[in-house]
Design a protein around this ligand. Sequence first.
Ligand code: FES
Length: 114
Amino acid sequence: MTDRITLCRRADLDATGAKGVGLEYGGRWREIVVVRGMDGTIRAYDNRCPHLDLTLEARPDRFLDDNRSHLVCAMHGARFRVDDGVCVWGPCEGRSLAQVAIVISGDAILLGEG
Ligand code: FES
């Protein structure tokens, strides 16, 4: 098995429900957001708003609304469902954040690609 890249630890999601991670992968810089949904399921998405291709957060690890049900783009307020990344409100409504494959191994959340 290839060595997978660690994105973060489960405990990194405790404070805000999400963790932004920047890493060099596949010859390019990537921004990824790891998020824990209301049902406890952990998912990851490319941290690139489909509206203007900007990162979502204005402050570190502050991606979620008060209910922790949607990721919010700080620039124009687009709201993306945590469960599937679909934008349900805002200028890119109907478009989606790109899902990132992850593997969970104990406490570690690993990049599933590669
Ligand atoms: S850049 Fe995200 S809503 Fe405009």
